[in-house]
Design a protein around this ligand. Structure first.
Ligand code: ZN
Length: 136
């Protein structure tokens, strides 16, 4: 099965925990065991898995990306000024694939699925969830 949803972001850069949203889509699909792919259909927003118990980890990741990739010094900045967002996105990647076990994401104790906004705020960020597997 496949389902899309959109989210709005409020900051230039932020991480948004979408784990519950993905689990409710899997619940609806009735898939018990299989694989779930979560894909951001954008070139300046990524999907990652990371800890969200301490929200400072999200801020630290954004700080680290900003230290690695300065803004305003790239060729693409002449077009629309967001080359650093594209580079950060390419480092993080557009998707994650997660095992489904007993009808939900089989994440580790400290893992959450996060949408990484890298060029916000945006009102219409599209996430595509594809779940494959056995229903019994
Ligand atoms: Zn651009």
């Amino acid at each position: 099965m496949q389902e899309e949803f959109t989210i709005s972001t409020n900051k230039k850069q932020e991480l948004i925990d979408i784990t519950d949203r993905i689990n409710s889509i899997i619940r609806k699909s009735k898939i018990k065991n299989g694989l779930c792919n979560v894909f951001a259909a954008h070139a300046t927003a990524a999907i990652i898995i990371n800890e969200n118990y301490d929200p400072n980890i999200c801020l630290d990741l954004i700080d680290a990306l900003n230290k690695l990739v300065p803004s305003g010094v790239w060729r693409h900045d002449k077009i629309d000024g967001n080359a650093d967002s594209h580079i950060k996105y390419a480092i993080l990647g557009p998707s994650e694939t997660i095992p489904i076990k007993n009808g939900k994401l089989d994440l580790g104790r400290w893992q959450s699925v996060m949408f990484a906004e890298l060029d916000g705020p945006r009102s219409n960020r599209k996430i595509i969830v594809t779940a494959l597997g056995d229903k019994d």
